[in-house]
Design a protein around this ligand. Structure first.
Ligand code: F6R
Length: 612
């Protein structure tokens, strides 16, 4: 959600900023802008649209300068247009800022500044902040660093900011609260960004800024402080991915690449955690709290969107295999409904980005109530990963496509390992069943590869249904969350309305929607309730609905009942979500491509939702 990039050093800043913005465009893409200081003057350019549009505008301009900031926006306050785009310059031109996050008390601050004679060009909270910094600077007759500190002490909300002061053009000032900010450390140069993707091609040494910390960066100096002006020691970490993992590698879209990466991503998630003889699972990241986990009366899983769906699969897994009561909650609901949280609860936060504001708030609430909080995150060093007591990284590699795919299967893999591991600690599953399931889990990457071989066939199916206006996705048991996930994938990138439902619930309402124009995707692999799902398929067919069924290879019953089948290799029901979700991802992907949509940057969406 909004991309921030900054550079200070000996190179030309502009190409670094534009390159960085392109890499960050998945975080926000309704407008973009840059500000470069050439030693004498500040040059600011901003434009509604993609980074490409900004780049075209800058093509013939000769802007040289070794210090600059850039931003790609996902609108919160004010529509996407040239004026609302960042960077924002203060009224007297003394400060320029880029900002990610939301200033909640911006209206009060705006009124305060208006009384002091400030006028506003944009509708953004960011322009309020940059003017507040300038006001503090002029009023307190102080330096830029102190002005930023004073302004931030008045701010309620979330921010990652980078500020350039016209009177002190040899430095960048950065600060964060609840919105991520990473600083890359080069030789005589620094790179700033809202995540490490634009940094990785220059350096693998980074500092993740903590909440309420400020960095003052000069070409050859890195000063880290907290907002109380105390010096801190920067902790330098190594980025764990390389450039190749954030490029498309010949695929048309990141989403397709990430769908195809799932066999490897799942291998990586299991690596070092499952012994090759399938005899043991060890999740090193949670050993410190294992006693508490085993003593817990219940687990509460929190997440949003796709991560919430993974949490629902987790509920089935943990309850079935480890016999632990589980509740699954949207982060956004949990945080505001005064939930009952006990100190012997285990709260598990699931988040690909590790930055989702609603999930992070749920984590904070759980911690405040003394629960033990675990994280299942993909982005190393992310806020949720750092805020939680312990956790398990998914290790799926960077996910750039806005629609989450490999993160989901990696999250479900972690939840499967966790459930299986706990089943042995608690003695809820015979060792032979445990071993058989672990063995099967190790075969999941190959099974997914087999599903991926049907890519062209699924594309043909997508062609047949791309003009549908509505879709229903139905599944039961472990496959109910997969139905929800299939529907979410379709709606977010193809813009076709889709709903996921537990198949048996259909007769309580949605069945009224069924006619010959309603495609229904059934998850109908062979499991305990296969026969019941067959009845649900009958109910749809007898009302003229058109059915696509995901079935177990060789199923000769469903094939006679429905319009199309997509076969997946046989798999135990506990592991079926990992395999059955893949054709749904491809179906959504191709429907979106065939409708001419921008798959990696769907309208109105952004990766990593760091606002409420
Ligand atoms: C859907 C999607 C979103 C995210 C949700 C949570 O494809 O990507 O629904 O799953 O915004 O994001 P994370 O997992 O980063 O917390």
């Amino acid at each position: 959600m909004c991309g921030i990039v900054g550079y200070i050093g000996h190179r030309d800043a502009l190409p670094i900023l534009l390159n960085g913005l392109k890499r960050l465009e998945y975080r926000g893409y309704d407008s973009a802008g840059v500000a470069v200081h050439d030693g004498q003057n500040l040059h600011v350019f901003k434009k509604k649209g993609k980074v490409k549009d900004l780049e075209n505008e800058l093509k013939d301009k000769k802007i040289k300068g070794n210090i600059g900031i850039g931003h790609t926006r996902w609108a919160t306050h004010g529509e996407p247009n040239d004026v609302n785009a960042h960077p924002h310059v203060s009224q007297n031109g003394l400060f320029v800022i880029i900002h990610n996050g939301i200033i909640e008390n911006y209206k009060q601050l705006r009124n305060f500044l208006k009384d002091k004679g400030y006028q506003f060009k944009s509708e953004t909270d960011t322009e309020v902040l940059v003017n507040l910094i300038e006001y503090m600077y002029l009023e307190s007759e102080t330096d830029a660093e102190m002005a930023v500190r004073l302004a931030l002490s008045e701010v309620i909300g979330a921010y990652a900011i980078v500020v350039l002061a016209i009177n002190e053009p040899e430095k960048l000032i950065a600060a964060r609260k609840s919105s991520p900010l990473v600083i890359g450390i080069g030789k005589g140069e620094f790179f700033l960004a809202s995540d490490a993707t634009p940094i990785v091609e220059y350096t693998d040494q980074v500092v993740y800024l903590d909440n309420n910390n400020m960095a003052i960066l000069k070409e050859d100096e890195f000063i880290l402080k907290n907002l109380a002006n105390e010096r801190l020691n920067p902790i330098i970490q190594k980025i764990e991915f390389d450039l190749v993992s954030i490029e498309k590698n010949g695929y048309d879209h990141f989403m397709l690449k990430e769908i195809f990466e799932q066999p490897v991503a799942i291998q990586d998630t299991m690596r070092g955690r499952v012994t090759s003889d399938a005899s043991m699972i060890r999740l090193g990241g949670i050993t410190s709290v294992l006693k508490k986990i085993l003593a817990a009366k219940r687990f509460v899983i929190v997440g949003c969107g796709t991560s919430w769906h993974a949490g629902l699969v987790g509920e089935y897994l943990l309850e079935n295999l480890a016999r632990i009561p589980v509740e699954v909650e949207y982060g956004s609901e949990f945080r505001y409904r005064n939930p009952i949280i006990n100190s012997d609860d285990i709260v598990i936060a699931i988040s690909q980005s590790g930055e989702t504001a609603d999930t992070l708030a749920a984590v904070e609430l759980a911690k405040k109530n003394n629960a033990t909080v675990l994280g299942i995150c993909n982005v190393v060093g992310s806020s949720i990963a750092r805020e939680t007591d312990a956790g398990v990284y998914t290790h799926a590699g960077p996910e750039i496509g806005v629609a989450s795919t490999k993160a989901f299967t990696a999250q479900v893999t972690v939840l499967t390992m966790l459930s299986l591991m706990l089943s042995q600690e608690k003695g809820t599953l015979p060792y032979s069943s445990f071993k058989a399931l672990v063995n099967e889990l190790q075969q999941i990457p190959d099974k997914i590869s087999k599903v991926l071989e049907q890519n062209d066939y699924i594309k043909e199916l997508a062609y047949l249904y791309k003009d549908a206006r509505n879709f229903l996705y139905l599944g039961r048991g472990y496959l109910y969350p997969v139905a929800l996930e299939g529907a979410l994938k379709l709606k977010e990138i193809s813009y076709i309305h889709a709903e996921g439902y537990p198949a048996a619930e259909m007769k309580h309402g949605p069945i009224a929607l069924i006619d010959e124009n309603m495609p229904v995707v059934f998850l109908a692999t062979k499991d305990q309730i296969y026969d019941k799902v067959l009845s649900n398929i009958e109910e749809v067919k007898s009302r003229g609905g058109r059915v696509i069924a995901i079935v177990t290879e060789g199923d000769d019953t469903v094939i006679r009942m429905v319009d199309h089948v997509i076969e997946v290799p046989p798999v135990s029901e506990a592991l079926a979500p990992l395999v059955t979700v893949v054709p749904l991802q491809l179906l959504a992907y191709y429907a979106a491509v065939l409708r001419g949509n921008n798959v990696d940057q769907p309208r109105n969406l952004a990766k990593s939702v760091t606002v409420e």
